[in-house]
Design a protein around this ligand. Sequence first.
Ligand code: HEC
Ligand code: HEC
Length: 257
Amino acid sequence: MSVKDVYSGTFLNQPIKKLIHFLVAPLILILSSLSLLAQEQGTGYSAVEVNRGAYLFGRYCTLCHGADGLGEGVLTIKIDNYPSTNLIAGNQRFNSHKELVDVITYGGVDKSLQVSESMPPYQEEISESDIGYLATFVRYLREDTEPATEVLKGNIALLPLRRDAGKELFKIHCVLCHGKGALGDGRMAKLLKLKKAATPANLTVSMLPKPEILRIIALGGEAVGRSPYMPPWSQQFSERQLMAVIDYVQSLRVKTK
Ligand code: HEC
Ligand code: HEC
């Protein structure tokens, strides 16, 4: 058998050739469509990973880093001297995939990272593989900002379409301060305590009438003469979302006889 035979495949008998065709053709099809998808993302990132990362970013990170990653999150603009949460412009300190995974995993809790305590650790809340997708998304966002923000906005738009919209919105935007059970014991609550700021309200015992709940959620604490640490949500939520969240907040009240 010569080298030429190997290249032309003439050393193989027909049934084997057919079998190879049968196996290889679909594989090539799959590979080429995957690379098409990657091209669609511009920089060769996997579309699936970017999309998952964007979904998670929309869900966990926009409160502080904003819907464009530019640091225009509702929380950051309300608090004076808050460290910059702009992930795109400015001096980023975490650039490699591993560095990004570390800062998202350990946040300000790992003192060696020298990151502000306002960046929460996500190791208990988000799985390792999902943190990897978040790191991928942050890299993509920095490298190819425009298509990345489109993917992010698409994912944010889908969030409220889920069932139980109010509960879902609460999980995404309110748990950080008010806590999973709405007792006012979210992870940000400790930080607020350190700053001797008002603690997030325990919503299970809140007695506010509905119009007042609407006012504080839509306009924020400061506008209604309460703590500025309760952010305003009217810019971020549609009316339908506001109503869904208010209904959910009211449903949290411990039923008293
Ligand atoms: C409660 C507000 C808050 C939330 C929520 C938050 N971050 Fe941050 N993050 C910060 C702050 C503040 C900094 C800046 C810390 C500093 O400069 O010391 C930061 C810094 C970072 C950095 C480092 C930027 C750099 O290169 O210097 C990354 C990356 C990051 N955050 C990603 C995320 C991701 C991903 C999520 C969601 C899973 C998230 N953050 C959620 C507040 C937040
Ligand atoms: C950054 C922290 C933070 C986030 C995020 C946050 N809150 Fe608050 N919230 C507070 C603080 C602090 C107070 C207490 C204000 C005061 O007592 O002056 C409060 C008070 C409230 C109150 C008033 C309850 C009462 O009886 O007085 C409601 C209702 C409320 N929050 C709902 C929400 C909802 C719904 C979300 C999410 C869409 C949310 N909060 C997100 C910090 C936060």
